[in-house]
Design a protein around this ligand. Structure first.
Ligand code: ADP
Length: 182
């Protein structure tokens, strides 16, 4: 039975800072809401300041950050929601752990934006600070980003609008029978 008229899913957005994870995840959320889907978006604003406010940005803390997010996402899917997670999540091992925990609901969304473009956008001025040496362990500058090799959804944002990227995610959900096509 599909209580909400759709299957549960975890849309796991991954990409560099400024790649467009939050922007695209919010656009997808709006489209799903318009279709009457029950959704929730986990992002830095509602996780880093609450559940994970005790964590820093060293490797062990990043791993624990992702582990907790994964467990919370799993709870949301148990409740039947389509949950989006918008975090850099730079390490393949962490994303594979998330995939193992979320099971068949897990959909990896690679927000693939070249570093040069992220740095040009620099929506929060973080690259400027990182280049100046003010932010240690900054992904793409002083900490690695391990790109997905087989993401279910691959968004090349340098070549597409936010709207087109969101459409691609919704189309994937329809094609994979998570949503009705109406
Ligand atoms: P992240 O959550 O990955 O750190 P944000 O979504 O906060 O990234 O920032 C991405 C920035 O890039 C936003 O200011 C957004 O408006 C801009 N942008 C420009 N073109 C695109 C695109 N095609 N897809 C996504 N974001 C884009």
């Amino acid at each position: 039975v599909r209580l909400n008229g759709h299957a549960p899913a975890v849309l796991w957005y991954t990409g560099l800072s400024g790649s467009g994870k939050s922007t695209i995840a919010n656009a997808v959320d709006r489209k799903l809401f318009e279709r009457g889907c029950h959704t929730y978006l986990l992002d830095g604003d509602n996780v880093r300041h609450g559940l994970n406010k005790d964590l820093g940005f060293d490797d062990a803390s990043r791993m624990e950050n992702i582990r907790r997010i994964t467990e919370v996402a799993k709870l949301f899917t148990d409740a039947g929601l389509i949950v989006g997670t918008a975090f850099i999540s730079p390490f393949i091992a962490d994303r594979e752990q998330a995939r193992a925990i979320a099971g068949a609901h897990f959909i990896e969304v690679f927000v693939d934006t070249p570093l040069e473009i992220c740095e040009q956008r620099d929506p929060k001025g973080l690259y400027k600070k990182a280049r100046a040496g003010d932010i240690p362990h900054f992904t793409g500058i002083s900490s690695p980003y391990e790109a997905p090799k087989n993401a279910e959804i691959h968004l090349k944002t340098a070549e597409m609008s936010v709207e087109a990227a969101a459409e691609q995610v919704v189309a994937y959900l329809i094609q994979n029978h998570k949503l009705g096509s109406e």
